[in-house]
Design a protein around this ligand. Structure first.
Ligand SMILES: Cc1cc2nc3c(=O)[nH]c(=O)nc-3n(C[C@H](O)[C@H](O)[C@H](O)COP(=O)(O)OP(=O)(O)OC[C@H]3O[C@@H](n4cnc5c(N)ncnc54)[C@H](O)[C@@H]3O)c2cc1C
Length: 439
């Protein structure tokens, strides 16, 4: 428990700010059918997106979730929408840049277009604002790498990236913390829980069967004849989609060996005086950084509160503890927020992969989409759609994310418990600090 109570607003809640507008629940939840064509495990963006595509194609689809609808990462995120900007270290624009890497980058840009088009087509009211992103250089030596990345993103994706010198930085952010950076026009932000709610409502309207608080405990059989056991009852299905991402458990042990669940934490401040809020992010962009352990932040809809996210700790910690740590990180960037009190603090799990790329694939005949690497609003929506297309095309995938190796985590006997994270995280933190202090 953080003892500095002055940090906390009297209305403080250890839960997502987004839930004030759209709380997780069981609306549309129905009894589990005995039979379905396609059974989807997990009702986040990827599961719902897959289900929508399949239902629209006339298939009988059932989605279940172990929790309430909207309780996991999809309604806990920062709501930053990017298309390729965050793609992994394999696609950094270095000399070895090859055709496959460029194809994946291009597909990531397609993921951005896909989510924007989906929101517009379905009329989902989720405070979508296409205002771009600023990526700050945490150390002077990081800027050349960002410039190189900006050139590559412009060449391959035409994202409208421009270099921002340190002396011009205040046009992007009311802070002198960074050593310049890069502004990318082709990025957006949205209200993640309202986007989730809209997607859930759209699935319901399209005829998807939805069951909450229904953990899947075992799946047997093969394509055409799966038997799915859940905490409620049993269901027979022709095809199964695993859409469990950062919450993947022992149901799919092979997939679990390939994913590292990492806790990501967020705080939101009380409403700030208008003039103070106005100077923080003048262009209303989302902010991220060049450091290994990065923060991501933005203003919430209405532009009066700051939402600040980062890896205060790599494992799950009490929301009161991460709140204090994140407040310290936020005020290092914006000292003018030292008196801003926290109204909400929460965390959720993202799924990292060893190649920093998301993947779609098959385990024992079951389709999956996984590995958002902390950036899944656009990507997991898109990959859910791609998994559905694969089923509709009798197993043929148009996505490059289906054709890349998906290596297991190279730790002997790894089974989904990332005991090594505090060690790696501590090392990264030290390197970030050293580089910042040594140019
Ligand atoms: C704090 C935080 C901040 C983030 N910020 C951003 C951001 O700014 N921008 C961005 O693009 N991305 C962000 N992300 C990542 C993004 O939220 C995720 O990539 C995305 O929501 C993943 O969606 P999903 O459908 O794959 O998984 P999830 O939304 O995690 O859904 C998986 C579901 O599977 C269910 N499940 C697991 N096992 C079972 C089982 N056995 N039976 C039934 N159900 C099961 C879980 O209950 C869960 O509901 C953030 C994530 C977090 C946690």
């Amino acid at each position: 428990m953080n003892t500095d109570r002055a940090l906390f607003h009297p209305d403080y809640k250890p839960e997502p700010y987004w839930w004030e507008a759209a709380r997780p629940g069981t609306q549309f939840s129905t009894d589990l059918p005995a039979d379905t064509e396609i059974f989807v495990v997990g009702s986040g963006y990827s599961g719902l997106s897959a289900a929508l595509e399949l239902a629209r194609a006339g298939r009988a689809v059932t989605v279940v979730d172990a929790q309430a609808f909207g309780e996991a990462a999809s309604s806990r995120s920062g709501g930053g929408v990017s298309g390729g900007v965050n793609l992994g270290k394999g696609i950094s624009g270095g000399p070895g840049q090859d055709a496959q890497a460029e194809a994946l980058l291009t597909e990531s840009a397609a993921a951005y277009d896909h989510v924007i088009a989906l929101i517009e087509k379905e009329g989902i009211d989720c405070n979508l604002e296409q205002r771009g992103r600023f990526i700050g250089a945490n150390a002077p030596k990081h800027l050349p790498g960002l410039v190189k990345k900006a050139e590559m993103l412009n060449r391959v994706l035409g994202v409208g990236a421009t270099v921002v010198a340190k002396e011009d930085q205040r046009s992007e952010i009311g802070s002198d913390f960074y050593h310049g950076g890069v502004a990318i026009e082709r990025a957006a932000k949205l209200h993640p829980a309202l986007y989730y709610k809209g997607l859930l409502e759209t699935c319901h309207a399209a005829g998807v069967s939805l069951t909450a608080h229904c953990e899947v405990t075992a799946i047997d059989g093969k394509v055409g004849g799966f038997k799915v056991q859940t905490a409620k009852s049993e269901c027979r299905a022709e095809q199964v989609i695993i859409a469990t991402n950062g919450y993947t458990g022992g149901l799919t042990p092979d997939l679990r060996k390939r994913l590292v669940p990492i806790s990501s934490q967020i705080i939101v401040t009380e409403e700030l005086p208008q003039d103070l809020a106005d100077e923080l992010i003048p262009k209303g962009r989302t902010i991220s950084e060049s450091a290994r352990i990065t923060s991501y932040y933005r203003l919430t809809p209405g532009n009066r509160r700051v939402m600040y996210g980062g890896r205060a700790r790599f494992h799950h910690v009490d929301a009161d503890v991460s709140a204090g740590l994140l407040h310290g990180m936020m005020t290092a960037r914006w000292p003018q927020l030292k008196d801003a009190r926290i109204t909400h603090s929460w965390s959720g799990f993202v799924a990292m992969t060893t190649d920093s790329l998301p993947h779609i694939g098959l385990e024992k005949g079951m389709h999956y989409a996984a590995g958002c690497n902390g950036s899944g609003v656009a990507m997991m929506t898109y990959l859910g759609h791609q998994v559905a297309r694969r089923i509709l095309q009798d197993g043929k995938s148009d996505s490059g994310f289906a054709n890349i190796d998906f290596p297991p985590v190279p730790v002997p006997l790894y089974n989904g418990n990332p005991w090594f994270l505090p060690i790696i995280g501590g090392y990264y933190r030290l390197r970030d600090k050293w580089e910042r202090g040594n140019g």
